[in-house]
Design a protein around this ligand. Structure first.
Ligand code: SF4
Length: 239
């Protein structure tokens, strides 16, 4: 049995069995429904670092080609730190990724100057690198270092909030109550699969306006499931 305790979310206690059911439903669904992107097969933290800078507020399908070209052209932090920023900017311009050129080179230069060209295994250090932020830092820790660290973005946060009937309190990545619960659910053995599973369920089923609950693997544990086109009610702030 994996250790998940009852969690006091601030307004109610979420029962352990419910969290365990949620966890196993995500993992089982992910095995057959996961989306495939090249960085998801990567194990080198440097590759995850590149992917996270490219992916920030951008659809994954748009960054597949530049990701593959970047890791081939700049195989490590040192080579990226010496890249010609102007050249990268003109390469990225037609892709709408122009600001990422600056972030990539600046972050690589900091890594070379301050961390010996290695990707640090530290949330705070990663989160202040140009173009990374707190979500990207968590993604690098989980996908690059295998840590059981929650990757809560707007998509996976929406799924958790709906399933667990939690009120929306600002951006999901900085909602401390949501993060506390997510931390308790992420399994130590397969954190990557769980985090990516939640993200993929958000993309496949739990859309912001019209969630497709009939095909969602979490329908049996979700507080906000809807059937036959009923309008879903967003959680309201509890006093
Ligand atoms: S059952 Fe519906 S509202 Fe609940 S997580 Fe799935 S898609 Fe979202």
């Amino acid at each position: 049995m994996v250790a998940v305790k009852n969690i006091n979310s601030g307004s109610n206690t979420i029962q352990e069995h419910r969290l365990l059911n949620l966890r196993s439903a995500v993992l089982n669904w992910f095995v057959v429904n996961c989306r495939v992107f090249p960085w998801r097969q990567a194990t080198d933290p440097y590759h995850i670092f590149i992917a996270e800078i490219l992916l920030r507020q951008t659809q994954a399908t748009r960054v597949t080609k530049p990701y593959l070209e970047l890791v081939a052209r700049y195989p490590n932090v040192q080579s990226l730190s010496k890249a010609n920023t102007a050249e990268l900017r003109s390469w990225f311009k037609p892709l709408g990724l122009i600001t990422r050129a600056n972030y990539l080179v600046q972050a690589a230069q900091i890594l070379v100057e301050q961390y010996g060209g290695k990707i640090p295994n530290d949330l705070k250090t990663l989160s202040i690198l140009p173009g990374i932020g707190i979500y990207g830092a968590r993604a690098i820790l989980c996908l690059g270092f295998g840590e059981s660290c929650p990757m809560v973005d707007e998509g996976s946060g929406r799924v958790l909030r709906r399933v667990l009937d939690m009120a929306s309190k600002g951006p999901a990545y900085s909602d401390s109550r949501l993060l506390k619960i997510a931390e308790s659910i992420v399994p130590k053995q397969s954190p990557k699969e769980f985090n990516l599973g939640l993200i993929d369920i958000a993309a496949a089923c739990c859309h912001p306006r019209e969630p497709s609950c009939v095909k969602c693997p979490l329908v049996d544990v979700c507080s906000h499931r809807q059937y036959e086109g009923e309008i879903i009610q967003q959680p309201v702030e509890r006093q």
